[in-house]
Write a protein that binds this ligand. Structure first.
Ligand code: PBG
Ligand code: ZN
Length: 326
C-alpha cells in the first residue's frame, strides 16, 4: 500500500453514497427481535417507567404492537410473561392458559411472517424471583431442569418458533431438547442464552418483568463479567447439548465476547441489547445530551460489526423503520 499523498483514505468517505457503498456492516430489519412483556387481562397497557415507549401489554393490546414490528420488517418478537399469581416453583410458567402461551397462539393466528420466540426462565413466575426452585437460599440446578423443560413444552405446544432458555442452569439445553423431542417438536429450534452475564444492566427489565429476586442475586448461575474464555466453554457445551443458535447478553458492553463467539462457531450468534443499554440511550436523549436516533443506529451497528447475526433490542421496530427511510 502506498502512502500519503498517493493514498488518501478520505476519498471513500467523501459522500453519503460512497460511504454506503463501502460500508462493511449493514443493518437489516430482519435481524432485529423485539422483546415484549405480556400480562393477563384485556385492554391492559402498563407503561414501564424506566423504559420509555414500552409497556406491559395484555394479549389484545400486544397484537397491534407485533403487527407494527412485522410491518416494519423486524425478524421476530420475544415474549416474557407476567403471571397473575406467583408460587415457589413458578408453576405459572407452564400454564397453557398463561400470558405467554395465550400470546403465542394469538400472534400465530393473527400476524403473518414474523418469528415468535419464547424466553424460558422461572424468575417472572416464582414468588422469590429466582430463576429456579430453591434449596434453602440456593437455586437447585437439577430440580429446576424438568420445570424449565415443562415450560418450554407449553410454549412449543402453543406454536413458538424459537425456544430461548435464559435461566443459566447447567444442562438445560439438553433437558429442553429431550422434552421437545418427546413432545413431537423435533424441528423446533432453541437459541440458548449461552453467555449470559450477571449484569447490572438488567435493572429496568426487572421492573418490566416484575422478576427481581427478593433476596440475593444471580451470580451463582449467570456468568461473571471478567470472563470471556468461559463464554466459549458455555457455547461449546450448549451446542453439544443441541442448541441451534447461541446468544451473548448484554451486547454493547460485551462486544469482545460476541466477537470471540462468532470466531469459534458457525451457528447464528444472537446478541441481546438489554434494558439498561436501551434506557441509558433514552435517558441521555431525553436530556438532550445525545442524539438518540443516531446512538441507536450506532449501537446496533457496533453489535453487528462485532459479529452478531441477530440482535434482540427494544429499538427493533424503531430501528427497522429508520433503516427503511434510507
Ligand atoms: C430472565 C431474563 C432477564 C433478562 C432476560 N431474561 C433478567 C435477569 O436475568 O434478571 C434481561 C433482559 C433485559 O435486561 O433486557 N432470566
Ligand atoms: Zn430468570
Amino acid at each position: 500500500m502506498s502512502e500519503f499523498p498517493t493514498t488518501r483514505n478520505r476519498r471513500l468517505r467523501r459522500t453519503a453514497a460512497l460511504r454506503r457503498l463501502v460500508a462493511e456492516t449493514r443493518l437489516h430489519p430482519a435481524s432485529f427481535v423485539l422483546p415484549l412483556f405480556v400480562v393477563s387481562g384485556r385492554g391492559v397497557t402498563n407503561p414501564i417507567s424506566s423504559m420509555p415507549g414500552h409497556s406491559q401489554l395484555s394479549v389484545d393490546e400486544l397484537i397491534p404492537v407485533v403487527k407494527e414490528a412485522a410491518s416494519a420488517g423486524a425478524g421476530g418478537v420475544i415474549l416474557f410473561g407476567i403471571p397473575a399469581s406467583k408460587d415457589e416453583t413458578g408453576s405459572g410458567a407452564w400454564d397453557p392458559a398463561g400470558p405467554v402461551p395465550t400470546a403465542i397462539r394469538a400472534i400465530k393466528d393473527q400476524v403473518e411472517d414474523i418469528t415468535v420466540w419464547a424466553d424460558v426462565c422461572l424468575c417472572e413466575y416464582t414468588s422469590h424471583g429466582h430463576c429456579g426452585v430453591l434449596d434453602g437460599e440456593t437455586v437447585d440446578n437439577d430440580k429446576t431442569l424438568p420445570l424449565l423443560a415443562q415450560a418450554a413444552l407449553a410454549y412449543a405446544d402453543s406454536g413458538a418458533d424459537v425456544i430461548a432458555p435464559s435461566d443459566m442452569m447447567d444442562g438445560r439445553v439438553a433437558a429442553i431438547r429431550s422434552a421437545l423431542d418427546s413432545g413431537g417438536h423435533h424441528e423446533l429450534a432453541q437459541c440458548s442464552y449461552s453467555a449470559k452475564y450477571a449484569s447490572a444492566y438488567y435493572g429496568p427489565f426487572r421492573e418490566a418483568a416484575e422478576s427481581a429476586p427478593t433476596f440475593g442475586d444471580r451470580r451463582t448461575h449467570q456468568m461473571d463479567p471478567p470472563n470471556v474464555r468461559e463464554a466459549l466453554v458455555e457455547v461449546t457445551l450448549d451446542l453439544a447439548e443441541g442448541a441451534d443458535m447461541v446468544m451473548v447478553k448484554p451486547a454493547g458492553p460485551y462486544l469482545d465476547v460476541i466477537s470471540a463467539v462468532r470466531a469459534r462457531t458457525n451457528v447464528p450468534v444472537a446478541a441481546y441489547q438489554v434494558s439498561g443499554e436501551f434506557s441509558m440511550v433514552e435517558a441521555a436523549a431525553q436530556n438532550g445530551w445525545i442524539d438518540g436516533e443516531l446512538v441507536m443506529l450506532e449501537s446496533l451497528t457496533s453489535i453487528a460489526r462485532a459479529g452478531a447475526s441477530i440482535t434482540l433490542t427494544y429499538f427493533a421496530t424503531r430501528a427497522a423503520r429508520a433503516l427503511s427511510a434510507f
